[in-house]
Design a binder for this molecule. Sequence first.
Ligand SMILES: [Zn+2]
Length: 146
Amino acid sequence: MIGGGRAWPIAGAAFVAAIGGVFIGRAVLPAAPRPGAALHDLVHHRLSLDSAQQIALDRLEQRFAVRRTVLERELRADNARLAAAIAAEHGNGPGVIAAVDRSHAAMGELQKATLAHVFAMRQLLRPDQAALFDQAVVKALTDDAR
Ligand SMILES: [Zn+2]
């Protein structure tokens, strides 16, 4: 029989709740949102775009920025709900599982929106630029996998 056997799960739950909010916020958020950073650097700075391409690109970026802001806000709200569920259920309860599913859905939406944006950017490119872009896509994906 261990005297402190009762205190431990409570301390453990508080610990999990405290860490959960931070850890999950970090784990969920930065992983998804900016996988296209290297691609943006390429498109915006290293492919010499003509002025028509530049205008079209600016328009795409504005549209994507709006969409991304909405989805990131959704993700943050999902993370807050997840942290609250962890604090309330002290573990892997149904509220936690539902919150995780929700945040995965929002994350998936963000990834789809990002991919759609990446392909929309590609559509603006000339074939010689698109070839460089494709190389950068492969590199970005294989770098992320590591
Ligand atoms: Zn872009």
